[in-house]
Design a binder for this molecule. Structure first.
Ligand SMILES: [Mg+2]
Length: 243
């Protein structure tokens, strides 16, 4: 897998894991747009906040079985619609929900500010591994559409981002934890599990955070990590660690 040249470079500098959704491009914004339409569709039966609560409950059940992404989201909306309407929801409305899933899959990729320049800069000095969770085909299609593929050493679409998965990836590539830095917008997925295995992480917050990605305040006790207000601040943080 690694040639000798790569191998040497590899131990002398960090390998960077980089999250995709809401770190490199807008993602949640599309889901929120569809959610608003769903709340509207359900409004004859329930208020938006109540629909949201039931949808979240169904997503919590769905994700461990179906994974993250559009498939799981569409299934959760359909289940929620049937529950809330007590079975009154009509086929044409279910068809509409399914079409929203297609719309999400086909949504354009909008890169976040400074992403392209920063990845170009980072890829000169570091190996970049794109690590994302979600539906495999959809995640791969988004990466292709983004035009960023060439900056990455490799792309990993995983089912979950927990310490076991990160450990498995580091073992697969022969990366020592102290030489790995994960960069992403989710404290729960991109920061805490990575600190947990003795690696480093840089949080790049996005303007929205999905409720299922918000950590308990307890989980944040006794941990510290740098927060970059934009991905463009990442190279400076890394060079501080290299000194
Ligand atoms: Mg993300």
């Amino acid at each position: 897998m690694l040639n000798q040249e790569n191998h040497n470079k590899f131990y002398n500098s960090f390998v960077l894991g980089i999250d995709a959704d809401d770190t490199l491009w807008e993602n949640e914004a599309w889901f929120y747009k569809i959610q608003d339409r769903f709340f509207e569709l359900m409004s004859p039966w329930s208020e938006a906040h109540e629909t949201n609560n039931i949808l979240l409950q169904n997503e919590r059940v769905s994700i461990p079985k179906y994974g993250y992404g559009v498939t799981s989201f569409v299934k959760s909306m359909i289940t929620t619609a049937i529950q809330i309407s007590d079975g009154e929801i009509e086929t044409k409305e279910i068809v509409q929900i399914i079409s929203w899933g297609d719309e999400l899959i086909d949504a354009p990729i909008e890169l976040l500010p400074d992403v392209e320049e920063t990845l170009s800069d980072l890829s000169d000095s570091y190996y970049l591994l794109l690590i994302t969770k979600g539906d495999v085909l959809h995640q791969r299609a988004k990466i292709k559409k983004s035009g960023l593929t060439d900056f990455f050493w490799n792309i990993e679409v995983v089912g979950e981002k927990d310490p076991e998965i990160y450990e498995m990836l580091l073992n697969r590539y022969g990366i020592k934890p102290e030489m790995f830095v994960m960069i992403g917008n989710s404290v729960s997925s991109d920061v805490l599990p990575v600190l947990n295995i003795g690696a480093k992480a840089i949080h790049v917050p996005h303007h929205t955070t999905w409720e299922l990605e918000i950590p308990d305040s307890k989980e944040l006790e006794n941990v510290s990590f740098p927060v970059a207000q934009s991905i463009s601040e990442v190279p400076k943080i890394l060079s501080g660690w290299n000194d």
